[in-house]
Design a protein around this ligand. Structure first.
Ligand SMILES: Nc1ncnc2c1ncn2[C@@H]1O[C@H](COP(=O)(O)OP(=O)(O)OP(=O)(O)O)[C@@H](O)[C@H]1O
Ligand SMILES: [Mg+2]
Length: 225
């Protein structure tokens, strides 16, 4: 069972103080989404949905984040480790605190390096799928590249885990999402969509049928092969 972390109250005065001594990574000063404080901690905020009845009310994303972080670690996938969970006095948001990981997201990393660096993504996808990890929010902005060459996942509220490896359908959905993502698709086409999938198939030791299915699915979703 997931380890639960006690919930603290973050008052509006504490929030204002936190914002004043942090860099805003995402969102606005009046409604921060991601903050980085001077001690190297990240605060990620999850605002309540405007609709009263929403799946996010029943399964709050911050709780999913904490649970997924623990499951990913158990499956030897590097990710953030949540140290605190907080809620606003008026409950308008929940927040989590975790240590920032050194490095840049892969989108930034690819801008600064050769496009062939995307071959690392082949290995990462094969590894995640082998570990039975279906990371729905997969895109190059949610994978960090660390200076030692390791990777780590961030933004992990939306994951699903299988008992064994992922099946061909889940692999195909995940690859189609990654290769079609508006900010990233040019990196894949530059590298070669076919080349990327061929290398993934070899790395994952896919059967001919699975590879055929994945190619057909990904093409059906608009990836040019
Ligand atoms: N653990 C971390 N270490 C280093 N940088 C991080 C970490 N977590 C987040 N960041 C930085 O903050 C940015 C935004 O974080 P994150 O992806 O969690 O939020 P988001 O993309 O705004 O969320 P959402 O996708 O839910 O809208 C990342 O692209 C990354 O640059
Ligand atoms: Mg993100």
């Amino acid at each position: 069972m997931a380890k639960s972390i006690p919930m603290q109250i973050l008052t509006d005065a504490q929030l204002a103080d936190l914002v004043s001594r942090s860099s805003l990574l995402e969102g606005e000063v009046s409604k921060p989404k991601v903050l980085l404080d001077a001690d190297g901690y990240i605060y990620k905020f999850f605002y309540q949905p405007s609709r009263k009845l929403s799946s996010r009310t029943l399964f709050p994303p911050f709780k999913q984040f904490v649970k997924n972080s623990q499951t990913l670690s158990k499956r030897n996938v590097q990710t953030v480790s949540v140290c605190d969970t907080m809620t606003a006095q008026d409950k308008r948001f929940d927040a989590i605190r975790y240590q920032a990981i050194e490095g840049h997201d892969f989108r930034e990393h690819l801008k600064q390096s050769d496009h062939s660096a995307i071959s690392m993504i082949v290995d990462i996808m094969a590894e995640l799928h082998h570990q039975g990890v279906f990371f729905r929010a997969i895109h190059l902005g949610n994978i960090l590249h660390q200076p030692n060459g390791d990777y780590a996942l961030i933004d992990i509220s939306d994951c699903w885990f299988s008992f064994g490896q992922l099946n061909a359908f889940k692999r195909a959905r995940n690859l189609a999402h990654l290769m079609n993502y508006h900010s990233d698709k040019s990196y894949f086409s530059h590298y070669g969509n076919d080349r990327f999938l061929n290398e993934y198939a070899i790395k994952s030791k896919l059967s001919k049928t699975s590879f055929w299915f994945i190619r057909a699915y990904v093409r059906h979703k608009g990836v040019k092969l």
